[in-house]
Write a protein that binds this ligand. Sequence first.
Ligand code: AMP
Length: 213
Amino acid sequence: MKIIMLGAPGAGKGTQAAKLAEKYQIPHISTGDIFRANIKQQTELGKKAKSYMDQGLLVPDELVVDLVVDRLRAEDCKNGYILDGFPRTIPQAQSLDRALDEDGTKIDYAIDIEVPDENIVNRMSGRRTCPDCGATYHMVHMPTKVEGICDVCGKEIVLRDDDQPETVQKRLDVYHEQTSPLIEYYQAKKVLKEIDGTKEIEEIFQSLVEMMQ
Ligand code: AMP
């Protein structure tokens, strides 16, 4: 099963992608996580990506596309994958389609998790991330077992630089301008599924699983 998660930053793509990946035993590929890992390791790619990410801007397509296409051709992706945060522009989607065509395969579902902007801004202020393993939490909706401490690796969780309120508004503007046209793009390909992202995490997950049966 090859799935793309669409939706604004903070809509819950990562949370649902992680749950789907576990249920279907396929890799969860988050371009944001790949960039953050590169920033942590201070790679050349990380250095380039950071300057864009800190401003709430998209990393240029040429730094993203080959990276993702190579990843999708890895052995563990042969039964499918969940793309979280890619594609984010029409040219990225076109490049992905070209690569899939070459490989004789296609996307099964593009899932748009819909959440109004005003909810997003509230949500993001409560989002916390583990700087070490990348796990995400929400202070109200998905708290850690021990306050402030990552359940997975025990490190102190933080508010990500790009989740700061002023950056969130910029990311939303970028989403509406550059990413939301992908909804029509995948609708035209008849793979779009729309889901109400304001519901509880479990309820959304159940609807997704039912939708894919
Ligand atoms: P995310 O964790 O998916 O919200 O991504 C965090 C940041 O990484 C975004 O705000 C972008 O700066 C960058 N990023 C992630 N995925 C992409 C992509 N497909 N294209 C361009 N930039 C991306």
